[in-house]
Structures are given as structure tokens and as C-alpha cells.
Design a protein around this ligand. Structure first.
Ligand SMILES: NC(=O)c1ccc[n+]([C@@H]2O[C@H](COP(=O)([O-])OP(=O)(O)OC[C@H]3O[C@@H](n4cnc5c(N)ncnc54)[C@H](O)[C@@H]3O)[C@@H](O)[C@H]2O)c1
Length: 348
């Protein structure tokens, strides 16, 4: 019988349940053998649901005792660093959810340990894994759009603060920007070919806090949990990259707009493109043409975790390494700093 890849889950909350668990269950190479959560009730019900015998409330104990080969870290952001480092030091391959950490300093510590131990560190940048995003990336890489000089992306909710720990800076590190803006930022930077960031002008506001609303209500099982509401609920940034490239980014948990919206636009000197759905804009024989590209629906966490398992099983290089997570955290830090200092912030 082929030996399965033993998986440990650190944090068995929402994304573990809708993202990681079904994705591991969907891949015949993987078997979830250990789980950890500080919430004992959730730990117990998840253990029953998955028929897992190894349960822990402390990830350090899990790393010391469990013989799992790889772990998913899907805890609050304030424990990504310590859980990841414990896993890497115990020789486990680690898939750490986005955002990589609370800030760039923590992210750099994680990357250092991954380099020292040689253990795989992949960051859960799931929005790279859509068929549409992958196809757009390949159009950009084969030069079809020419030089990409400007990108615009946004992830906007009208009333969508998940509340609970998300709206508590001590546990999240930040609000809408670090929670959902990170997806738009990461996907944009990756599509641009990962240019070196130079500087940032950023704004982050907390205008809504603990709002009450009728109508559109974000569905989260944390709505009743106590929050500090000390994070941003909207952020905007203009990011400059080497090679005179620019990215306009916006993210909101709450904003007075008609409806929520996710968009991704890419501008090159031979062609432009947008996602959702994927369309290309160019000239053929002096005619302006718009091209619609058929794409397949992909469950992002399934594709992400398939890639993680490929890396663990075959030693493939990950497309979302710790190095990328560090750059993204540096940009996020710079946006917050620019908002605080009201100045352009340069990134080293
Ligand atoms: N990639 C995506 O699309 C996506 C979507 C949602 C959440 N996330 C990320 O996943 C992570 C978890 O988010 P969520 O929505 O599942 O939150 P959640 O609150 O539903 O689940 C987090 C779980 O971690 C547990 N936990 C907290 N600290 C712990 C610790 N030190 N040790 C063990 N368990 C601990 C909590 O008890 C909880 O059960 C966050 O980093 C979030 O940003 C990613």
C-alpha cells in the first residue's frame, strides 16, 4: 500500500472546515491524522467528525509528539509565526494561511527558520490558483500583453466585517487590508512578475467600527464574539515598483457602495486584461479587439492544497514560497505606516 502523507491541522475553525479539510479529503495522497485547537469544544467535535485520535490544545506538544509529515496553520494571525516555526523545526512541511504573519518582522523570522531547517514553507495565497488567474499569468509570461506597467485591484464589501478576532488588532494585526486586501495585493504583485516594491502611499480608515445594519449581513460565526474594533475597515494604496510600475489597491469590510465587488485589471503596452471573467483587450491589424477567454471553475483551496501535496510528495518548488509572503508583509506594513505618518514610505 502507498504510504499516505500524514497531515496535522493547527486551528480547526472556519477556513479549516470549508477549505483545508475538504481539500485534504479530496486528495487520495493525504490523511488527516492530528488536529490542534485552543477551543476544546471545537477540537472535540472536529475530532469526532474526522475520526481523528490525535488531538492537542498546544501546537508545541503536537509538533513534539505527532509523526505527521505536513501541517496547515489556520489559526488567528497572532499565532501563525509560532505555530509555523514549531512545525518547521519539527521537520514538518508547513502551509501557512494568509496573511503570513502580523507584520514583516515576524514573516522574516519564519522565513529564516525555513531556510535553516530546509523544511518547506508555503503561504496560502489561494487566489493565485484560479484557472482564470493562472491563464492570465501565462498570457503575461508569454509576452501577449507586453510590458505590464499598471495594475488595479480591489476587494470591497459594503457591510462585511467578520468581527470576533478579525476586528481585534492584537490577534489579527490589522483589518480589511491585511484580511482581504492581501488577496488582491498578492495576486496583482504575482501577475506583475513580482517586481521589487519601492514605495507606498497608503490610507487606512476605521469609520464604521461595530456597525449595526439591516440588509446585507456578512455571514460569520464570530458575529457575537467580543471585538476591540480597533482595526481598519477600509484601506487604499498606490504602490510604486522598480521599472516604473504602479499598483492601485483598495479593500473594505465596510463602505457606502451599492454592493460588494472584487476586481482585477492589468494594463500592458501590447494589451490589457481583466478577471472575473477573463477578458483581453488588444489590437489586431489596427482593429481594437476584445477577447473572452473560457475558463474552468476551480475550488481554490483544492488547487492550492494539491500543489502543496505535490511539493511535499515530489519535492516540487512551491509557487507561493515564504519569500513572497515576506514581500507582501513589507508592503502591508508600509501601507499602515504611510497611513499613520501621512507620508510616502520607502521599502528596503
Ligand atoms: N485563504 C482564505 O481565503 C482564507 C479565508 C478565511 C480565513 N483565512 C485565514 O485563516 C486563518 C483562520 O481564519 P478562520 O476564518 O478560520 O478563523 P476562525 O476563528 O474561524 O478559526 C481559527 C481557529 O484557530 C484557533 N486558534 C487560535 N489560536 C490558536 C492557537 N494558538 N493554537 C491553536 N488554535 C488556535 C481558534 O480557536 C479557531 O478555532 C486566518 O489567518 C485567516 O486570515 C484565509
Amino acid at each position: 500500500m502507498v504510504k499516505k502523507i500524514k497531515i496535522g491541522l493547527v486551528g480547526v475553525g472556519s477556513v479549516a472546515h470549508w477549505g483545508h479539510i475538504p481539500a485534504y479529503q479530496n486528495d487520495p495522497r493525504a490523511e488527516i491524522t492530528a488536529i490542534c485547537d485552543i477551543n476544546e469544544e471545537r477540537l472535540k467535535t472536529t475530532a469526532e467528525e474526522l475520526n481523528v485520535k490525535e488531538v492537542y490544545t498546544d501546537f508545541n506538544e503536537m509538533m513534539a509528539k505527532s509523526d505527521c509529515d505536513a501541517i496547515s496553520v489556520a489559526t488567528w494571525n497572532n499565532s501563525h509565526k509560532d505555530a509555523t516555526i514549531a512545525g518547521l523545526k519539527a521537520g514538518k512541511a508547513v502551509l501557512c494561511e494568509k496573511p503570513m504573519a502580523m507584520n514583516a518582522q515576524e514573516a522574516e523570522e519564519m522565513l529564516k527558520v525555513s531556510r535553516e531547517t530546509g523544511s518547506l514553507l508555503m503561504i496560502g495565497f489561494c487566489s493565485r490558483f484560479g484557472d482564470d488567474a493562472m491563464r492570465l499569468k501565462s498570457f503575461i509570461e508569454d509576452g501577449s500583453l507586453g510590458d505590464i506597467y499598471y495594475v488595479k485591484a480591489g476587494y470591497l464589501r459594503r457591510r462585511g466585517n467578520p468581527k470576533g478576532w478579525f476586528a481585534d488588532k492584537a490577534r489579527s494585526g490589522g483589518g480589511a487590508l491585511i484580511d482581504i486586501g492581501v488577496h488582491a495585493l498578492d495576486r496583482s504583485w504575482w501577475l506583475m512578475g513580482k517586481p521589487k516594491p519601492v514605495s507606498v502611499m497608503g490610507f487606512a480608515w476605521n469609520n464604521f467600527g461595530d456597525y449595526k445594519t439591516k440588509g446585507e449581513v456578512y455571514s460569520s460565526d464570530l458575529l457575537d464574539e467580543k471585538s476591540a474594533f480597533d482595526t481598519d475597515d477600509m484601506a487604499v494604496a498606490l504602490i510604486r515598483f522598480e521599472g516604473d510600475k504602479a499598483l492601485f489597491l483598495e479593500a473594505s469590510w465596510a463602505q457606502n457602495i451599492k454592493e460588494g465587488l472584487g476586481y482585477q485589471e492589468v494594463y500592458g503596452n501590447k494589451g490589457g486584461a481583466k478577471l472575473y471573467p477573463l477578458e483581453l483587450y488588444t489590437d489586431i491589424d489596427y482593429n481594437q479587439v476584445n477577447i473572452q477567454v473560457p475558463t474552468s471553475q476551480v475550488i481554490l483551496h483544492n488547487a492550492e492544497i494539491k500543489h502543496f501535496l505535490d511539493c511535499v510528495e515530489k519535492g516540487e518548488e512551491t509557487i507561493a514560497p515564504g519569500e513572497d509572503g515576506v514581500t507582501i508583509m513589507k508592503i502591508l506594513d508600509a501601507i499602515y505606516e504611510s497611513s499613520r505618518t501621512k507620508k510616502e514610505v520607502f521599502i528596503k
